[in-house]
Unconditional design. Sequence first.
Length: 308
Amino acid sequence: MRKLHTALLSTVALVAALSVDLATAADLAVRPLSPAPVAVPRWDGAYVSFSAGGSWTKADENLSGSTTGVSVDTTSFPGAQFITTTNSQSITSDSQGTNDSRSNRAGAVFTLTTGYNLVWSSWLVGIQSETSLNRNHIRLEGSSANTFNSTSQTVFNPGGIAFTPVTQVSSSNSAVFSDLENKWTISEMGRLGFLVTPNILVYALGGWSWAGFTWAQDNAFTLNGPTWGVGVEKDFGWLRGFVQYKGIHYRDKDINVSSPNNFSSTTTIGTTVFTSNSTNSDSAFRRFSADYAEITAGITIPLNNLFR
């Protein structure tokens, strides 16, 4: 009897254990597994980017100026002298610029960009600064027109004998060529973008740019003007890739290339003395302007990722 009672208790315990195991297995089969966490793209915060691409520049140069001079040449010998007085005026005006074709005005550009973004819903607002190294050579081609007027008179002393004044007028036209180099560019811009998808951004740019130019190898100057652009950027996780267009209109700027001068010399040969004195006032300005465009591609490194 005792043995039968022990056997019944063991059977009940085994059935209970099997019931618990079956219930646990059924519960696991019905309950879904939790998905692995998905990384959410982060467009806000600071970033740095590197890009390179091609550029095109159409530049114009215009020269306007005038020169007025007075020269006196004297030949003296014992008892007499000849004085030749020359009043001259030279007016020069030339214009030169690139033609409408930009095929031979292409160059290269390499850019470092830093910026900061703020995101609200699907909209992005930011600022960015670009520093570019330019390799852009512009060949300026044009024409030059020159007009020269001169009036001279010879006076013989003693006696005060004056000969009739002689006037000369001449003009000329010629083709002119010069070289312009774009060395560097700095742009400060605002950015407004829209997230088409969580990882694709389209954006527009607007701001101002300053650029360094060199004319005829040794005349350096800067131009500045309004800047605009558009681009598309894709998030790949720890970095982003983008393609961007940027245009700049460099405003007119006058460069003073005046070169006034004074000259005096005296030469003695035996008893004859030759003296020459001249004074020239000069006013000349070269006016430069340019339109610039570039298409670049690059990568952006969000700095937030470095601290997550």
